[in-house]
Write a protein that binds this ligand. Structure first.
Ligand code: CP
Length: 299
């Protein structure tokens, strides 16, 4: 079964296969216009989403498939009446040929994998993983830089709760000679589990306390929003804001990525800088997700 549940399932080779297919879809979308003909895809988002849900749904329509969905699964599905995600999936897989889910549980993907009879796609799992976001992030870096071997990546923002960060680290650490720099408020520092994972894979991780500790020639600055929906209490605002003044201390080749939505961590005064690639990154999500659907039904 071709599930997309975790960044853990990818290798450098399988990423390249996905990205070559994505390139082809991006260049020749008309060739793929009927790939999902006759297929019905269900999208069940128990948390808010603009990009992930709507790019998955656009991908289905661009591939000639059809959709069943609920506008807000946490309030409009029978989850509201206490139905478990497992029971919901058992029902939906009798209706649809693949299911895309976003849910606040960190562990739903591994639980649902045990009962799934159709391809399941993780559109976000609590503060655990967001693998399809990381796939489009890495695709965008590859598009810009040709390879991730030798890449220097700074990760910023909420490294504790940011599921996009967790999946991204699993993917970038598949490449050679990668260096990762982490800059966040102490309360949002990268969990030890990910520091250990990087160490085991031979990736250098440097915890930074200011922009000055990130090398000027860093290739990627990947910022993230404080995930205030994931914790109780007030941990204050983001301290490390990328604005024109900050960005201009870095190389003309340093690009800025963000999974979006953003709050104040990236100032709008850099939006027109060619190094600000977060909108292009989000648009690449459509093509990567089209490729994931093609793969889901091909192998
Ligand atoms: N990047 C991302 O997951 O965005 P949405 O929450 O809008 O889907």
């Amino acid at each position: 079964m071709n599930h997309v549940l975790s960044a853990k399932q990818y290798t450098k080779e399988s990423l390249e296969e996905l990205f070559c297919l994505t390139d082809n879809i991006k260049q020749n979308p008309e060739k793929y216009a009927d790939k999902l003909a006759g297929k019905i895809i269900a999208t069940m988002f128990y948390e808010p989403s603009t990009r992930t849900r709507l790019s998955f749904e656009t991908a289905v329509l661009r591939l000639g498939g059809r959709l069943i969905t609920t506008e807000n699964a946490s309030s409009n599905s029978s989850g509201r009446k206490g139905e478990s995600l497992e029971d919901t999936v058992k029902i939906l897989q009798g209706y649809a040929d693949a299911i895309v889910i976003r849910h606040s549980s960190d562990t739903w993907p591994e639980e649902i994998a045990q009962i799934a009879t159709v391809p399941m796609i993780n559109g976000g799992a609590g503060k655990g993983e967001h693998p399809t976001q990381a796939l489009l992030d890495v695709y965008t870096i590859r598009e810009h830089r040709k390879t991730l071997d030798g890449v220097k990546v700074a990760i910023l923002g909420d490294l504790l709760n940011g599921r996009t960060i967790h999946s991204l680290l699993r993917l970038v650490s598949l490449y050679e000679n990668v260096k990762v720099y982490g800059l966040s408020k102490e309360c949002f520092a990268l969990p030890q589990e990910y520091i250990e994972m990087l160490k085991i894979r031979g990736i250098e991780y440097k915890k930074c306390t200011s922009f000055d500790e990130i090398p000027n020639d860093v290739d990627i600055m990947y910022h993230t929003r404080i995930q205030s929906e994931r914790f109780e209490g007030d941990f204050g605002r983001e301290e490390y804001i990328i604005n024109k003044e900050v960005l201009n201390k870095f190389s003309p080749n340093t690009i800025v990525l963000h999974p979006l939505p953003r709050n104040e961590e990236i100032a709008t005064d850099i939006d027109d800088d060619p190094r600000a690639m977060y909108f292009k990154q989000a648009h690449n999500g459509l093509y990567v997700r089209m490729a994931l659907f093609v793969q889901a039904f091909e192998k």
